[in-house]
Design a protein around this ligand. Structure first.
Ligand code: MG
Length: 337
């Protein structure tokens, strides 16, 4: 079993502006595992607000020895052992974990969803993310989303001109939309004021309204508003899920946050047992990461796997959005790395 690493830089179609800042590119590292001419692909995506970098991913994956893996292998066990032995480095672990699942699926002539015995439907609606935008920028993006077949938006708010931003969206489309604040409302008062103003536009959910560490105050928002609240930054790994049912209605699970498909499956199971709704999301990722995550989406209420639609230089093709919903599609490398 051979492991190779390919650093790469994804380019955004439009500069991506959220409460954390603005950027035009995202660094990634692709992982290729080869066994008997069969390949499995993984991706670590590294937005600048996360601690990992291309260098840290390469260093981490260079020290993980996969040569001793016996065939057939169980990716759950490999993840468990790796996670117990090495702390942190969750994006690097996610890249390796999804590559192992991809390789296993190809070797055994199944999809990853089939290996995991995930029902083949229904696939949930997938959001199209609108970064903080002027009215004209938003019009361009809404038209793009319509052309791609999206039926649900996710709009980023940052605590500035939030009412105007949502009103602009409503002038441009009547399709449903979610809100993602990325911790942008700094106090409970600010959150209550903003939500009171925009609830008339009927958002389907609000993601991470307050900074991490304010989970207990969420109970006030939950009591006051009917809109479902989802944890994103407040929910990284399985450990966090246990604490959240008192403070949120649902969680956003991303392979990059939790360490891959293996831990994500455990998080979904636990979230469901605790009565939490589930959204399967992504960072700015290409088709490798989003196709891996797409296999889990029949277990979710919503998907947010629009990464491949927001970039111009995806070296791969894979999952699609059709009539608004996720469509699982084989992962194919389009250009050499
Ligand atoms: Mg989010």
């Amino acid at each position: 079993m051979k492991l190779e690493l390919f650093p790469f830089q994804l380019k955004f179609k439009h500069a991506f502006k959220i409460a954390h800042g603005i950027r035009t590119t995202t660094d990634v590292v692709y992982v290729r595992i080869t066994l008997d001419k069969v390949v499995g692909w993984g991706e670590a995506t590294l937005p600048p607000y996360l601690p990992e970098t291309q260098q840290s991913v390469i260093e981490f994956l260079s020290k993980v020895d996969i040569t001793g893996i016996q065939i057939p292998y169980n990716p759950f066990e490999i993840f468990k052992e790796m996670d117990a032995r090495y702390p942190g480095n969750l994006s690097a672990k996610a890249a390796l974990d999804m590559a192992l699942w991809d390789l296993k699926a190809r070797m055994e002539n199944h999809t990853i969803g089939e290996l995991l015995r995930i029902p083949s439907k229904p696939f949930p609606l997938c959001t199209y993310t609108l970064g903080v935008s002027s009215f004209d920028e938003m019009r361009t993006k809404v038209n793009e989303a319509d052309r791609f077949g999206f039926e649900l938006f996710k709009i980023k708010l940052n605590g500035r001109n939030d009412f105007q931003t949502v009103e602009n969206l409503r002038k441009l489309t009547h399709k449903p939309f979610a809100i993602d604040v990325n911790q942008g409302w700094k106090t409970i008062g600010e959150a209550e004021g903003a939500i009171s103003a925009i609830e008339r536009f009927d958002p389907v959910l609000i993601e991470q309204p307050l900074p991490v560490g304010n989970e207990e105050v969420m109970q006030q928002l939950m009591a006051k508003f009917q809109i479902p609240f989802y944890a994103d930054e407040s929910c990284q790994t399985l450990k966090d899920v246990e604490q959240l049912p008192d403070y949120f209605d649902g969680i956003n699970i991303k392979l990059m946050k939790c360490g891959g498909i293996s831990p994500a499956v455990a998080m979904i199971e636990r979230a469901r047992a605790l009565g939490l709704s589930v959204l399967i999301g992504c960072m700015s990722e290409s088709s490798v990461g989003c196709t891996a995550a797409s296999h889990l989406t029949p277990l979710a209420d919503y998907a947010d796997l629009d990464g491949p639609y927001l970039i111009t230089n995806d070296p791969f093709s894979g999952m699609l959005v059709e009539q608004g919903a996720i469509k699982v599609n084989p992962l194919v490398q389009k250009v050499p790395l």
